[in-house]
Design a protein around this ligand. Structure first.
Ligand SMILES: Nc1nc2c(ncn2[C@@H]2O[C@H](COP(=O)(O)OP(=O)(O)OP(=O)(O)O)[C@@H](O)[C@H]2O)c(=O)[nH]1
Ligand SMILES: [Mg+2]
Length: 468
């Protein structure tokens, strides 16, 4: 008996100190991070004592455990606040719009006041607060993480691997000029600035064509310090081993050594601090992937998304030998993979989207790295822009969606097509044509909660056990 109580007391002490949850929301550019955070915050802030129909599958709400949720002052006062209000206001206007692409870092902290379910604690009516910290940042920043484990030569060789097809064509202008550059000669700053500008223009073009594997990610974002030399370098492609060895022996003032030095500087001064400051302490992670948009584009776009994602979870901590663990000793206990924008497809395709996501992650046995971390895979829509409907045609019924199409602002009913349930092969794009259309968000009344698909399951996975 005494032992049991001691055990419980220890448990309380442990849990009381354990009242913080840092959630890492990760995902490539345009995968839906800002939308996801806005909706997650909105769902939580709309919990009340009367009607919680929006969170049916979130047990702590169903059990009446959550007393209130409030926004409180964030941990890092030097960071901008995540602009939840502004994002929400975008939906409350007469012509609702999506929030713009993120250009910098921001933070939000929520205080979730709750009462435990556990028998003993319910009796004592112990009240607790769980602080939830979430950060938002541009997706491009994430893609720089793998660069931390590569030196300049390895990075260049790595870039070579994605350099084929459409990309090789887009790179032509920059590459022809680099080939004429004398890498052994003394550095000409202006020349490097000019070539880096052309390299950046090439990366921006790749982004426009739906390519996801853009490195260095910060090159394609607006920045006040764009003219700084740390943003003026590029990879060297198609060099032989002999050439690399020869360049290595060139004078320290050579163009080659300057490129190498800037790369190292970018690693240490730009990439590393971001992960050190914001990612080193997270407890749980959500990885968002928009699997539908690359299906619209091309096989190359799809493959780039796959590489981008796999690079990401290869480098985060899912095992003590990972780069992320070695650098930052961060530990997570739950990992959730979300296929976003699931309102772009009809409900009969949701399970396909989930299996596609699972395949992307588990290909080549990647899943083994997750060790004993609990993982989940869901297809979700953080902000639902369409309605599911049943259409009858020629005595046949099928599931469709209805919403305001972004391209022409018309209300349309359509069947967007089948989602492949496994990684598509090369000839797939020859026989299938996808039109996963973009939809405009719905108008929201000021007191209405954001409509979603399965955000309650997301909260259940991420938070329920912390409130038990
Ligand atoms: N229909 C629908 N569209 C979505 C949803 N989530 C995101 N989108 C669309 O995807 C776009 C990108 O979403 P964001 O949340 O801005 O993506 P992000 O990951 O924050 O992008 P960056 O800040 O550029 O890294 C939005 O502008 C919407 O058009 C969703 O749940 N449903
Ligand atoms: Mg964003």
């Amino acid at each position: 008996m005494f032992n049991t109580i001691t055990h419980k007391v220890n448990d309380v002490v442990h849990r009381v100190t354990d009242d913080h949850l840092r959630l890492a929301v990760t995902g490539l550019s345009r995968s839906g991070k800002t939308t996801f955070i806005t909706s997650l915050v909105d769902q939580l802030l709309h919990i009340n004592s009367i009607n919680n129909a929006h969170l049916k599958l979130f047990a702590p709400v169903k059990n009446g455990q959550i007393l209130s949720v409030k926004r409180v002052e964030q941990g890092d006062l030097t960071l901008p606040r995540f602009d939840y209000d502004k994002n929400r206001r975008c939906f409350e206007t007469l012509s609702p719009s999506w929030s713009p692409s993120t250009t910098g870092m921001s933070e939000i902290r929520l205080a979730i006041h709750y009462q435990r379910q556990d028998g003993l604690f319910r009796y004592i009516k112990e009240k607790n607060t769980l602080y939830l910290d979430i950060f938002d940042y541009p997706g491009e920043w994430l893609l720089d993480l793998p660069m931390l484990s590569q030196d300049f030569k390895q990075w260049s060789l790595n870039q070579q691997q994605v350099h084929y097809g459409e990309r090789a064509e887009l790179a032509q202008r920059w590459l022809t000029e680099v080939q004429q550059l004398d890498l052994m000669a003394e550095t000409d700053e202006n020349q490097l600035a000019d070539l880096s500008e052309k390299y950046t223009a090439y990366l921006l073009e790749c982004k426009k064509q739906g390519m996801q594997y853009i490195q260095p990610g910060r090159f394609v974002l607006p920045s006040e310090s764009k003219g700084a030399p740390v943003f003026q370098f590029f990879p060297l492609l198609n060099l032989s081993e002999e050439r690399w060895a020869e360049l290595e022996k060139s004078s320290k003032k050579s163009t080659y050594h300057t490129l190498k030095k800037r790369y190292r500087y970018y690693q240490q001064k730009i990439i590393k601090p971001f992960y050190e400051d914001y990612f080193s302490q997270f407890d749980r992670q959500v990885i968002l992937a928009d699997c539908l948009t690359p299906l619209n584009h091309s096989q190359q776009a799809f493959i780039e998304m796959k590489i981008g994602l796999q690079q990401l979870f290869k480098h985060f901590h899912y095992g003590e030998r990972s780069l992320f663990y070695r650098l930052f000793s961060s530990k997570i206990d739950k990992l959730l993979f979300l296929a976003t924008k699931a309102d772009h497809i009809s409900s009969d395709q949701l399970s396909n989207l989930e299996s596609l996501m699972r395949q992307l992650v588990q290909e080549e046995g990647q899943y083994k790295q997750f060790g004993n971390i609990e993982t989940g895979y869901y297809a979700v829509s953080a902000i639902r822009a369409t309605e599911p409907i049943i259409v009858t045609q020629n005595n046949e019924t099928f599931k469709a969606i209805r919403g305001i199409r972004s391209s022409d602002k018309n209300l349309v009913t359509l069947y967007p097509g089948s989602v492949p349930n496994r990684l598509p092969s090369a000839d797939f794009w020859d026989h299938n044509h996808f039109e996963f259309e973009q939809f405009e968000p719905k108008h929201l009344e000021f007191d209405e909660v954001i409509p979603h698909l399965r955000m309650d399951s997301v909260l259940q996975f991420l938070l329920a056990d912390m409130l038990d």
